[in-house]
Design a protein around this ligand. Structure first.
Ligand SMILES: Nc1ncnc2c1ncn2[C@@H]1O[C@H](COP(=O)(O)OP(=O)(O)OP(=O)(O)O)[C@@H](O)[C@H]1O
Length: 687
């Protein structure tokens, strides 16, 4: 599939043509298919009634004799009709059945399958059952029944064959779309409001269609053979019309005495099918973004390649990975020292650029999470992974959600952003964005709010960017969806955005693919997509974990600058206390799915009111620990399914008493703007 950015225009067609000429097999296949198409159109005119004229005085004339004119060069059949003339006449009939049948089943099956796979749930189940029902009938038997009921004609043949093949495309498209549904770049697109058909068209179709094209090429052969069987049974193409399949079927009976009658139409079917398959494989390989980089297809890739040629071929590294692998591999894998150097010199990213606002805004809270609870539906029953979590954040403020791995930070963020897995469900609480309860909104209203309302930056930027689209096309998507800009105008905004987040040579690099960027650059691109619509709230889920310290600082500074510029409320999810200390205004410390302490970062870190926060701080290497042994919290957080009764932290707590085993402490105020969920919170506050 051509990327939308490059579709159309004589220049693109010329590039495709040049690429085709480079591949000998693909060129030969294209020539064969063009010849077949010409035969199909001109053959019947040229052959005239030669194809049907019987000559019973000269039946079964052998091939390769030129004494009786060109029409008999491939011999004649048992009724004396010239095989060459019949082949030409049959090309039109064969393609008139096979091409529409394959196209109809391809279009209907693919669209249906992508829709079912993308949405999942009942749509997927019902679609699969329908496909099962169609597949459970042997397709030829189904065709025989239908064609006996309706009068046999080319049109009814097309209809029957198309219906019989729809499930093949439906199942293939569904499987691929269902796999894509869970990919991070789909979540990323949902966060700025891409949903329904737009998501299918932009994100699912480009990945799924190359596979479907290959299936279609193979199906071409099946359809031609099915047509021949039906014609042989007398319910397909009706004499005096003739198709290649019908010629094979008729010649089969005389294979011993007159082999040429079946052989030449058989060869025509094989050569046409093989050519279609070769061309489909070529198209598939050529449209793979990694392959396109190597081949130099794309407006700017040639320029990019020459710019970067001296640095070693990063493009070929991308080629070695499959499309899926590129989507899943770790974000930081591509950064070379040179790229990092490039990032260090990015304008506006110097450490300590002073962009962080004081976080003491007078505005009301823009995001309020109130008593939010999330369950995961396990085979053994619901498991509470987030329990009654509450926090709020104001415009221009940064709130850090802290805690060990598995304590529910990401689950909370996904619930807030409406990106929970199907196995998880919000079972209580509210999420209010500017007073609007997000959880009560329908899918359409929620999509309208996504992007300008609440956006998200993910940890793994490579997975969160779609590997089959150029970054320019991806950055343009929010503008096209929410502001209805034309492709050109949206592209211009995308380039501006890339410049804003410090991507050098933004105009040319907008035509590159995600795998052609370093980890730090990809994270910048992801941030650019998230802030494109100036969201009121930005959730950054461990945005720097996979990056080295220098790039980490640049990314945090960039987030700080954008937050200050756009007055965005930032929810920073991290387990890095240093990062929170440096960049957050307030913190909410989570343990076993619930908030155990919250307050201004300096106060909480200076004098924690919960033993868990204390334990976390004591386990971080710091100046005051020099020469002393670092302490760590004994044990590990409980699994969500086996949280102890009473205080969830008591099994690891040095202060645990009897009461902790029986009473679960609520989050209660322990000072100005502070709260802790500990029976001894006040004690710790006053100590
Ligand atoms: N799709 C899922 N199915 C079942 N359980 C899940 C799923 N996703 C998360 N969990 C469970 O929910 C709990 C909270 O997970 P979550 O990812 O929110 O933790 P986290 O604090 O963000 O951890 P990390 O810092 O490692 O990302 C964990 O116990 C995890 O095993």
């Amino acid at each position: 599939m051509l990327d939308t950015s490059e579709a159309g225009g004589p220049a693109v067609r010329r590039r495709w043509f040049a690429l085709l000429l480079r591949d000998r097999f693909a060129t030969a296949a294209a020539v064969v298919l063009i010849l077949v198409a010409l035969c199909a159109v001109l053959g019947p005119l040229y052959a005239g009634d030669l194809a049907t004229r019987q000559n019973l005085r000269a039946p079964g004339r052998p091939p390769f004799g030129l004494d009786h004119g060109w029409a008999f060069v491939l011999g004649s059949d048992s009724l004396g009709r010239p095989v060459a003339a019949r082949l030409l006449a049959a090309a039109g009939t064969t393609l008139a059945v096979a091409v529409p049948a394959v196209l109809c089943s391809l279009v209907i099956g693919s669209v249906w399958g992508m829709w079912a796979g993308y949405h999942g749930g009942w749509r997927e189940s019902v679609s699969l059952r329908v496909a099962d029902v169609i597949l459970s009938f042997p397709s030829l038997l189904l065709a025989v029944v239908v064609l006996y009921v309706f009068s046999p004609s080319a049109a009814s043949l097309v209809l029957v064959l198309a219906v019989a093949r729809i499930p093949v495309y439906l199942r293939t498209a569904r499987a691929e779309a269902a796999e894509l549904r869970s990919r991070l770049f789909m979540d990323a697109a949902r966060t700025f409001g891409t949903g329904g058909w737009a998501a299918i068209r932009r994100h699912v179709a480009p990945s799924v269609l190359p596979t479907l094209l290959t299936v279609a090429a193979l199906d071409f052969c099946f359809v031609m053979l099915a047509e021949s069987s039906l014609s042989f049974l007398g319910i397909g193409i009706q004499p005096p019309d003739v198709s290649w399949g019908l010629m094979v079927a008729q010649g089969r009976q005389e294979l011993q005495s007159a082999w040429w009658i079946a052989l030449f139409p058989g060869l025509a079917i094989v050569v046409t099918t093989v050519s279609a398959t070769v061309l489909a494989s070529w198209a598939r390989l050529t449209t793979d973004p990694g392959q396109r980089w190597r081949e130099g297809l794309g407006r700017r890739s040639r320029g990019l390649r020459s710019d970067r040629g001296s640095r070693g071929d990063r493009g070929s590294r991308g080629d070695r990975r499959s499309r899926g692998d590129r989507g899943r591999s770790a974000a930081g894998d591509a950064a070379t020292e040179e790229e990092r150097e490039e990032e260090r010199s990015v304008p506006g990213s110097a450490a300590g650029s002073g962009a962080r606002p004081p976080g003491e805004g007078t505005e009301a809270d823009v995001l309020v999470v109130d008593d939010l609870s999330v369950d995961v539906h396990a085979p053994t029953g619901p498991v509470h992974v987030v329990r009654r979590v509450s926090f709020a954040v104001r415009s221009g403020e940064t709130l850090a959600l802290l805690g060990e791995s598995g304590c529910g930070k990401s689950m909370t963020a996904h619930a807030v952003a409406g990106l929970l897995d199907p196995v998880a469900e919000v079972v209580g609480g509210q999420v209010r964005l500017d007073g609007v309860d997000l959880l009560g909104l329908g899918a359409r209203a929620r999509r309208r709010l996504a992007g300008p309302g609440l956006a998200m930056v993910f940890q793994d930027a490579l997975s969160a960017l779609n590997p089959v689209h150029t970054v320019g096309a991806q950055l343009a998507e929010p503008f096209r969806i929410h502001e209805g800009l034309s492709r050109r105008a949206a592209r211009a905004r995308a380039v501006e955005l890339m410049e804003r987040v410090g991507i050098p040579e933004a105009r040319s690099r907008a035509e590159a693919y995600p795998h052609q960027f370093s980890g730090g650059m990809r994270q910048r691109l992801l941030i650019a997509t998230a802030v494109a619509l100036r969201p009121k709230v930005l959730i950054a889920d461990e945005p720097t974990t996979a990056l080295d310290v220098t790039v980490q600082a640049q990314i945090m500074d960039l987030l700080g600058e954008l937050r200050a510029e756009q007055r965005t409320a930032l929810v920073l999810i991290t387990h890095d206390l240093g990062l929170a200390a440096e960049h957050a205004d307030r913190v909410a410390v989570m343990y076993a799915g619930t908030v155990v302490e919250t307050g201004p970062v300096a106060e909480v870190f200076g004098r924690p009111h919960h033993p868990y926060t204390r334990g976390l701080l004591a386990s971080v290497p710091a100046e005051q620990h020099r020469g002393a042994r670092l302490t760590s919290i004994p044990g590990s957080p409980p699994e969500p399914g086996s949280v102890p009764a009473g205080c969830t932290f008591r099994t690891r707590c040095p202060m645990a008493r009897e009461r902790c085993a029986t009473h679960r402490p609520a989050l209660t105020g322990t000072g100005a703007g502070r709260a802790a969920a500990c029976h001894f919170g006040k004690e710790l506050a006053d100590a």
